[in-house]
Design a protein around this ligand. Structure first.
Ligand code: ZN
Length: 288
């Protein structure tokens, strides 16, 4: 359990660590894309060589031995082979060109990200850790790392508040339901975690949504529970069985596409973080 001064330090180093690993990931993606961009002229040359070998040369051969004077017995086969080779080489060219333009496009996005990330990192490294930024998003009052450790922030004026207990239950649920190699979509996982937290605290639906750090994510859970039995959703949560989740949703909401539902659900989840991190605090405190 951390008081504000310790939590500030933890939070500060956690942000630096996250940012450093994002920068490393972006740098390696940039390198891979740059290699694709640099290899492009050589790949195009190779493509021209292949095209001559598999299309132009056989076409010359066909014109020579299969049109006016029939020299070969397999002219029909040769014509089919040429057609096939044309399709394959066209496809190969399309793939090469696509890879090139995607690499080009992604790199300009990555370069922008990297610029922003490097300046945030420089700023973080030059700020002191003795106080908490008021506009804190993720990790603000608690975080669970796998099933090994849980950090909780304790407030000087109110070390064990109702908020702390609620966050503690939330983080315990994350830790207890943690599986090494299985994950559910984050929006569902956070929605269920907060739903079960408020259920453990015997809150009614209205209060549950009012105090939740993930109120929209939890409302989706409430909507799912109108048709899917509680025990089944709890089983999904504790086994992190996404196959079962998909099966239940398809069975109880036959008119809904699982993929579209999860895409929209994750957009809600991302906007929760966006709203919290950059524009305003929708809720006083965020938990993860
Ligand atoms: Zn959480």
């Amino acid at each position: 359990m951390f008081d504000d001064s310790y939590y500030a330090e933890f939070y500060h180093s956690k942000l630096i660590q996250d940012l450093t690993s994002s920068i490393a990931e972006n740098e390696s993606a940039l390198k891979i894309n740059t290699r694709i961009i640099n290899e492009y002229p050589d790949l195009l040359k190779q493509w021209e060589i292949d095209y001559k070998k598999f299309v132009t040369d056989p076409e010359t051969e066909y014109a020579d031995g299969c049109t006016t004077i029939i020299k070969y017995t397999d002219c029909a086969d040769l014509a089919v082979t040429i057609q096939k080779n044309k399709i394959i080489t066209a496809k190969n060219k399309e793939i090469t060109q696509n890879d090139y333009s995607e690499a080009f496009r992604f790199n300009s996005v990555i370069e922008n990200d990297l610029r922003a990330q490097r300046s945030s990192l420089a700023e973080l490294n030059s700020t002191s850790t003795d106080s908490l930024n008021s506009n804190i998003g993720e990790y603000s009052i608690g975080v669970a790392f796998g099933n090994e450790s849980i950090y909780l922030r304790s407030f000087k004026d109110n070390p064990i508040s109702g908020e702390t207990i609620r966050v503690m239950i939330h983080e315990f649920l994350h830790a207890y339901s943690f599986h090494q190699n299985k994950e559910l979509p984050a929006a569902f996982d956070e929605g269920m975690t907060d739903y079960l937290t408020t259920k453990a605290l015997t809150y009614n639906e209205f209060d549950s949504i009012r105090v939740s750090g993930y109120p929209l994510e939890m409302q989706v859970i409430l909507a799912l529970l109108e048709k899917i039995p509680y025990e089944s959703l709890v089983r999904v949560y504790f086994t992190k069985d996404e196959v079962l989740l998909k099966k239940l949703i398809t069975q109880h909401f036959p008119e809904t596409s699982y993929a579209i539902l999860m895409k929209k659900y994750n957009e809600i989840f991302e906007s929760t973080f966006h709203v919290n991190g950059n524009i305003m605090l929708r809720h006083e405190l965020m938990i993860h």
